[in-house]
Design a protein around this ligand. Structure first.
Ligand code: BG6
Length: 467
């Protein structure tokens, strides 16, 4: 098995709204995520994002933990509503200082910052210009990008545009990113996000020609539920709608023929201005970052099934049904996490190879991991051997993909420390570091090293050689 590259970016990820808390501190203005738990659609009995892991007040201690693990990189997101105060673009200096200090501390510890510009927490003020439904969205995002590049561009060498732009569009209601006021189709929202992403890449090229920028969708191989030709067709369609439509637009600069036909088949159109067409054409990324949790298995779908599905609640990973495309079904060949997400390390290798073969751009993994109800023992230990096993298998798969010629830049699994899941609370833990709080009891927020912390520390020390 070949070695991981010498400067491989071993690290882990978080996102601002899931880890920071402090929603009213430091001059931050409201975001759509601040009140997600107050919505009817938010699951009952779990915490929202107001306090999260209180990283905003523990960031130094958290970086020290990362340094102790030997991180070479840390992928985090900047919260747009901490940086920009309103549609006029006024800057919140306290917000700039918070991230500036964080970046300096990381660099001091030889940890490369990998920065996501937007990870689901759009500021409420975007509603004043029509929100995600509007073409103006991308212009506001471009201004925000400019502020980020001006303030952090000399220190941050790796930028990610929009986290999981595909899940934003396809599963926006579940993740809570789409405002209740929104009237546009998911395809128009997807387009407005695509243009925002393209504007940021274009501006980055102009302002910071020496840094690297890429997208960060959620990508996974798709299996047909059976060898029925209709199921295979559903697989091909899902490959497109879940994966390639979102990577083609950024890597190839225009919507694919498949996507144009799909829109026609469902009698929908997206409004694209000529200026936007030009912007999309000229915004190729330097690399592809993607999040991988599992593969997907799909079957053909009838109109009746689709109508019925509208009444039930689905999940961004497991439950997805699109008329004329297909529906996600369970894969009986795969083990599952405590939260029902399928575990497929071999699928990880195949997904890496598919993405590499299709686009021939270096790949960075920005999320991968297992959510579980970790148990804190009386002597303050967390024996998360299931997490170690999960990582062992996925990292072995990645090594095998590298051996087959896939060019990889780094691996930043989810998550560096415990944080609040998108819609399943803090009890669905992902971190290498335990944060001592429960759903509604914030306790002392003490940071405690899990067994996986020590395992990952050793792995990084050996640059993955012992996998
Ligand atoms: C990705 C997101 O979809 O998966 C993260 O980028 C999220 O924000 C992660 O937390 C795990 O999903 P969940 O629903 O278990 O939090």
């Amino acid at each position: 098995m070949s070695k991981f590259p010498k400067n491989f970016l071993w690290g882990a990820s978080t996102s601002a709204y899931q880890v920071e808390g402090a929603i009213n501190q430091g001059g931050k203005v409201p975001s759509i995520m601040d009140r997600f738990d107050e919505r009817e659609s938010y699951p009952k009995g779990i915490t929202g994002f107001k306090v999260a892991s209180d990283h905003y007040n523990h960031w130094k201690e958290d970086v020290a933990m990362m340094a102790e693990m030997g991180f070479k990189s840390y992928r985090f997101s900047i919260s747009w509503p901490r940086i920009i105060k309103n549609t006029k673009g006024d800057i919140n200096k306290e917000g700039i200082k918070f991230y500036s200090d964080l970046i300096d501390e990381l660099l001091k510890n030889k940890i490369e910052p990998v920065v996501t510009m937007l990870h689901f927490d759009t500021p409420d003020f975007i509603e004043e210009i029509g929100g995600l439904d509007s073409h103006n969205f991308s212009k506001l995002f471009e201004h925000y990008s400019k502020v980020l590049f001006e303030n952090f561009g000399s220190r941050v060498k790796w930028w990610l545009t929009i986290n999981e732009l595909n899940m934003f569009a396809l599963a926006g209601q579940i993740i809570g990113v789409i405002s209740e006021k929104s009237k546009a189709t998911k395809w128009q929202i997807m387009h407005n996000l695509n243009v925002a992403q393209a504007r940021a890449i274009r501006l980055c090229r102009k302002m910071l020609p020496e840094v690297k920028i890429g997208p960060a969708p959620n990508i996974s191989s798709v299996y047909p539920a059976s060898s029925k030709p209709e199921d295979y067709q559903a697989k091909l369609n899902f490959d497109q709608i879940r994966n390639w439509v979102f990577l083609d637009i950024v890597c190839r600069g225009e919507y694919s023929n498949w996507f144009k036909n799909f829109l026609k088949s469902i009698n929908q159109e997206i409004e694209i201005t000529n200026e936007e067409k030009e912007i999309l054409k000229n915004s190729k990324p330097d690399f592809i970052a993607f999040n991988y949790y599992s593969t997907m298995t799909v079957a053909d779908v009838t109109v009746e099934e689709y109508k019925k599905s509208l009444e039930s609640k689905s999940d961004q990973q497991m439950g997805m049904i699109i008329p004329g495309v297909g529906k996600a079904v369970k894969n009986p060949n795969l083990d599952k996490t405590q939260f029902g997400w399928e575990i497929d390390p071999l699928g990880f290798k195949n997904t890496l190879k598919d993405v590499w073969d299709r686009y021939q751009l270096p790949i960075m993994i920005t999320e991968n991991g297992i959510g579980s109800k970790d148990v804190l023992t009386n002597d303050e230990k967390i024996h998360d051997d299931y997490r170690i096993e999960y990582y062992q298998k996925h990292i072995s798969s990645m090594a095998s993909a590298i051996n087959d010629g896939v060019e990889m830049i780094g691996y930043m699994p989810w998550s560096a420390i415990d944080l609040v899941s998108t819609h399943e609370g803090i009890s669905k833990r992902y971190g290498f570091v335990y944060v001592n709080r429960d759903e509604f009891d914030e306790k002392d927020m003490k940071r405690i090293r899990k067994d996986s912390f020590f395992w990952y520390q050793e792995l990084i020390k050996n640059n993955g050689e012992n996998i």
